[in-house]
Write a protein that binds this ligand. Structure first.
Ligand code: TRP
Length: 450
């Protein structure tokens, strides 16, 4: 049954796909500046601890449920639910999950479109077409719609290829390119004037800044978004993993790669910002904090590239290619969530599911683009601040309280016969039962009232 619905062909393929989902825009445009503004190396340490103590256990919950059920999130939660009421709860969680995933994709495609436009603009400059380049970096409606559609088209094209020929093939190709590009950019940027100052700001530890409760709450939210948790993405990817694989190890590797790339991005972004400052570019906002997110990517860094002559055009191309790749391997994981559901629960063919759902999400992106000021922030905050933590809470409930512990152990033993005597099984069941749901609730309440 598992292979009829598709399965990752190799361990490497799964790790690249899941890490590809996890490594996205959040790692590069949010994490480095957040770290630098909040205690440097001390923040890295806090983030590392949080990611392993709280996000990793939830990732494991999704992977175990998915691999056990070998099905989409809705059917999987129904399958492990012990009674009629918990089945209904499972259905609701799965459905809210795929709706959330679709909405996250609808705003993600907008931003990813901008990345691709900037990448092509650098190419146009290299080819001696500055007018086209100028149009490509200008925030016009036509450009925005065109590139959002182009990005959705790529996402749809890859997901149309299925698990093995689409997700696995493209993740295995693109993730190594991403890593190599990033390392080359880091090495280059570190040779420029001002870079060392950025490195100091990034790495000098300040524990007083890093352990404020508010910051921990924020870091945890970031870790959840970064590991793509709650909406069923990792559950669906887990459902394509062979029974022979050792899940705690695979999940641990994915978490490590995600954090590793976020940390590595800091070695690129912070030095680049201080190089920019060295060339007279403003890198602090009016409140005195380091500029981050979209302004960092589309204003500060391009201003830096502009000062670097022809090298700047090449670096700009490489940087925006890197961002586009990071976005694409994440967006395919979002689209797979509703696609897997409609294929398995509604009996649609993959082709039909991908086209119709991709089109519907494209229309949502279009509506967001045409009402940007009212809708963009709203969709981001409803999906990532409210829906994701609540859904993560539900996964803890299912794994910690509703699904029988012996069945979980049985599932893990398929690929890890000694798991019962190991470290993971000593810690994880208690974590997913008590610690994770309690902490997620605190984050959620903080997000609403804080
Ligand atoms: N983790 C990705 C990032 O850091 C985004 C992402 C992919 C995601 N799939 C997701 C976020 C599912 C939430 C839910 O950019």
């Amino acid at each position: 049954m598992a292979s009829a619905r598709g399965e990752f062909g190799s361990r490497f393929g799964f790790i690249m796909a899941a890490a590809g989902s996890a490594v996205g825009l959040g790692n590069i445009w949010g994490f480095p500046t957040q770290a630098a503004s909040n205690g440097g190396a001390a923040f890295l340490l806090v983030y590392l601890v949080l990611a392993f103590c709280l996000a990793y256990p939830v990732l494991m919950a999704e992977l175990i449920i998915g691999r056990h059920a070998h099905s989409n999130a809705v059917s999987a939660l129904q399958k492990i639910a012990p009674g009629a009421r918990s089945r209904r709860l499972g259905t609701t969680t799965g459905v809210v999950g795929f709706i959330t995933a679709s909405f996250i994709l609808s705003f993600y495609a907008v931003i990813a479109g901008w990345m691709m436009a900037h990448c092509l603009a650098a190419a146009a400059n290299l080819l001696g077409a500055p007018d086209i380049a100028a149009w490509l970096v200008n925030m016009g409606t036509t450009r925005n719609i065109l590139f959002m559609a182009l990005f959705m088209g790529l996402t749809v094209g890859i997901i149309n290829g299925g698990v093995h020929d689409g997700i696995e093939r493209w993740s295995s190709r693109l993730m190594p390119v991403l890593l190599v590009t990033m390392v080359l950019l880091v090495v280059y940027v570190l040779t420029l004037d001002g870079a060392m100052e950025g490195l100091k700001v990034y790495l000098l530890p300040d524990f007083s800044a890093a352990i404020s409760p508010q910051l921990i709450v924020k870091a945890l939210g970031a870790a959840f978004f970064s590991l793509s948790l709650g909406v069923g993405t990792m559950l669906v990817y887990g459902s394509y993993v062979s029974d022979k694989e050792n899940l705690p190890v695979l999940g641990g590797l994915v978490t490590l790669i995600d954090i590793g790339i976020a940390v590595l991005a800091g070695f690129l972004v912070l030095p680049a910002m201080y190089v920019a400052q060295h060339s007279g570019v403003e890198i602090f906002n009016s409140a005195g904090a380091l500029i981050s997110e979209d302004t960092l990517i589309f204003t500060v860094l391009p201003a830096l590239f502009d000062t670097m002559g022809i090298a700047g055009v090449v670096v700009s191309f490489a940087f925006f290619a890197l961002m586009s790749i990071a976005a694409l391997t994440s967006s395919i994981s979002m689209l797979e969530v509703p696609v897997a559901y409609t294929i398995e629960s509604q009996g649609w063919t993959r082709h039909r599911a991908v086209l119709l759902i991709g089109f519907a999400i494209g229309v949502m992106s279009l509506i967001i683009l045409l009402n940007f000021d009212t809708l963009f922030g709203l969709v981001v905050s409803v999906t990532t601040r409210y829906s994701q933590p609540l859904l993560g809470f539900m996964y803890c409930l299912f794994c910690g309280w509703l699904w029988h512990r012996d069945s979980i152990l049985q599932e893990l033993k398929n690929g890890a016969p000694d798991v019962e005597s190991g470290f993971f099984w000593k810690i994880w069941p208690g974590y997913i039962r008590y610690v994770c749901p309690a902490v997620i609730m605190i984050i959620f309440l903080q997000a609403i009232f804080g």
